[in-house]
Design a protein around this ligand. Structure first.
Ligand code: NAI
Length: 334
């Protein structure tokens, strides 16, 4: 095993990371011939006395798996150490919404975390680093981190809309009575929030436009779209906890997609730093349809058309992201 990859994960004692770390270490993502070094970050004992203990317990479990592909585990509360030489970085840790906290407070509280992490990444990550932001509000956390870590090129920063993508694929598959692999060309436009637009108009089922297979337009507009937008809340209502293994799975699918070229007849959803595609203001982190080259790079699928319904939804999610950007403007260096 000559290849070694350093993978930094923040919020590493949390429930999303717990469902993801063994899979990252096992060879499933980076292959059987690559050694993985996990660099795991949690918050200091002075802030939460339990987090580092919990992380040490997770590290012990990882050791006890004896994965042939796992070379080393580092646990730390220092972002500079966690990101040192990292080739892949999954920023999962974020501040949760506290009681009575307004949306703007949540944005700025998280923004402050991502200012520091953006700077630490620019200072320490490997020159080929790829960064995925999972911690919410993930688009705007990514915006803040990127703007504060600009030594790292814009195309290395992405935020996660893959869980939403997978939810949308599954919902269309269930409705049309096909298996998940029959649904292609799904796009989650915009924000990972309940304004996202899961675009059924450009999706395909068995290679045919989804709207020709599911002809019940009312269901698509009034059931499918809100179901995708509100799926996170529906899971919290049932489970009493937010999505965990499906979120971890989405993050791993995102990384795997960057490591494997997208099939010619498909694309995946990722939120990326806009270069102005589809008229989105440059620098905003917006969910797009993307194709990957298998070497860690993506390109945005251009030229898709939206109908009047889709355009209305698209405008709403863009508006929300512009409002979020405005809420964190003090954290964005000019
Ligand atoms: P959790 O509360 O179980 O774990 C979060 C962990 O992050 C905690 O252990 C906490 O100590 C740690 N943390 C907080 N601030 C940190 C910092 N500055 N540095 C390092 N670690 C820090 O939460 P869970 O369920 O694991 O979710 C993690 C995040 O992922 C949340 O923000 C959640 O909203 C988000 N999420 C995003 C999804 C997406 O589709 N983009 C889907 C599901 C979850």
């Amino acid at each position: 095993m000559s290849k070694v990859v350093r993978v930094a994960v923040t919020g590493a004692a949390g429930q999303v990371s717990y469902s993801m770390l063994a899979r990252l270490a096992s060879g499933e993502v980076f292959g059987p011939n690559t050694h993985v070094i996990l660099q795991l970050l949690e918050i200091p004992r002075s802030v939460n006395p339990k987090a580092m203990d919990a992380l040490e317990g997770v590290a012990m479990e990882l050791e006890d798996c004896a994965f042939p592909t796992l070379k080393e585990i580092k646990v730390t509360d220092d972002p500079l150490q966690a990101f040192d030489g990292a080739n892949w970085v999954l920023l999962v840790g974020a501040a949760p919404r506290g009681p009575g906290m307004e949306r703007k407070d949540l944005l700025t509280k998280n923004g402050q975390i991502f200012v520091g992490q953006g700077k630490a990444l620019a200072a320490r990550a490997a020159s080929d680093v790829r960064i995925l932001i999972v911690g919410n509000p993930c688009n705007t956390n990514c915006l803040v981190a990127y703007h504060n870590g600009k030594d790292i090129p814009a195309e290395r920063w992405t935020a996660m809309t893959r869980l939403d993508h997978n939810r949308a694929v599954s919902a269309l598959a269930v409705k049309s009575g096909v298996t998940n692999d029959a649904v292609t060309c799904m796009t989650i436009w915009g924000n990972h929030s309940n304004t996202q637009y899961p675009d059924f108009t450009n999706a395909k089922i068995n290679g045919k436009p989804a709207t020709e297979v599911i002809t019940d337009r009312k269901w698509l507009e009034t059931s499918f779209v809100p179901q995708c937008q509100e799926r996170g809340k529906a899971i919290i209502n049932k489970r009493g906890l937010s999505s965990a293994f499906s979120a971890g799975n989405g993050a791993l699918d995102h990384v795997k997609s960057l490591l494997k070229p997208t099939p010619a007849n498909d694309w995946v959803s990722m939120a990326t730093v806009s270069k102005g595609e589809y008229g989105v203001p440059k620098g905003l982190v917006f969910g797009y349809p993307c194709k990957t080259d298998g070497a860690g790079n993506y390109s945005i699928v251009e030229g898709l058309q939206l109908d009047a319904f889709g355009k209305t939804k698209w405008d709403l999610t863009l508006k929300e992201l512009l409002e979020e950007q405005d809420a964190v403007k003090e954290l964005l260096p000019s």
